[in-house]
Design a protein around this ligand. Structure first.
Ligand code: AKG
Ligand code: FE2
Length: 207
């Protein structure tokens, strides 16, 4: 996809994000970068460098395998593929701030590796009022994902929405989903094949 198309798609997605609380952009992460990130995650996994995912921030981690079954590792700039993903996220941050004036500041993100049978039950990424995580980002690293592979990201419209979901997002390679962290409950349905994702959050400057 040409850069101009990507920018148009991103602008339209940010518009939907502000109206609906969530938006999905296909083919946002270029295939070559998806491959490098997938390889990086595989290498980390082979080196036993992933941690069992907990709930909440590092340091106050609780591991509850009835809520979440996955392994994670935080990204940083020291690996070239990770740095390129962080640079791409920075373009999203600037675009969101330019349109929605949210004052997004800090970004943190982690690789998530879900084994067959892995899942993440319905949750919000941030508790309202804490001004903690403001916008959530996810992207996916597995080629040729099909509906029967399971593992959809299931999204509802509001914290107290217990009706049918608004959307099931298949974790297709290159796809980016954005959500308002305090507003949009979501879950990862059990996956029938190993599922490689990156999830991140922008915060506003505190204080
Ligand atoms: O893997 C996904 O699609 C979403 C992950 C998620 O909701 C989270 O890490 O908070
Ligand atoms: Fe989440």
């Amino acid at each position: 996809m040409a850069a101009a198309d990507v920018n148009n798609d991103l602008a339209a997605a940010i518009e939907r994000l502000s109206e609906d609380g969530f938006a999905v952009v296909d083919d946002f992460v270029p295939p070559a970068l998806v491959r490098r990130l997938a390889e990086r995650l595989d290498n980390l996994q082979a080196a036993d460098a992933l941690a069992t995912a907990g709930l909440g921030r590092e340091g106050e981690r609780q591991v509850d395998r009835s809520i979440r079954r996955a392994a994670i590792r935080w990204l940083d700039e020291s690996d070239a593929a990770e740095a390129d993903l962080l640079a791409l996220a920075e373009t999203i941050r600037i675009a969101i701030n330019g349109r929605l004036f949210l004052g997004l500041f800090h970004f943190e993100c982690n690789f998530i590796s879900y084994p067959v049978g892995g899942f993440y039950r319905r949750h919000l990424d941030s508790l309202a009022g804490a001004r903690n995580r403001v916008i959530s980002f996810t992207t996916y690293l597995d080629p040729d994902w099909q509906a029967e592979d399971g593992g959809a990201l299931r999204i509802w419209r509001a914290p107290d929405d217990v009706g049918p979901p608004a959307l099931d997002v298949l974790p297709r390679a290159g796809r980016v989903a954005l959500m308002l962290s305090e507003e949009i409950p979501h879950e990862v349905l059990p996956t029938n094949r190993p599922r490689r994702a990156i999830a991140g959050w922008w915060r506003v400057a505190s204080g």
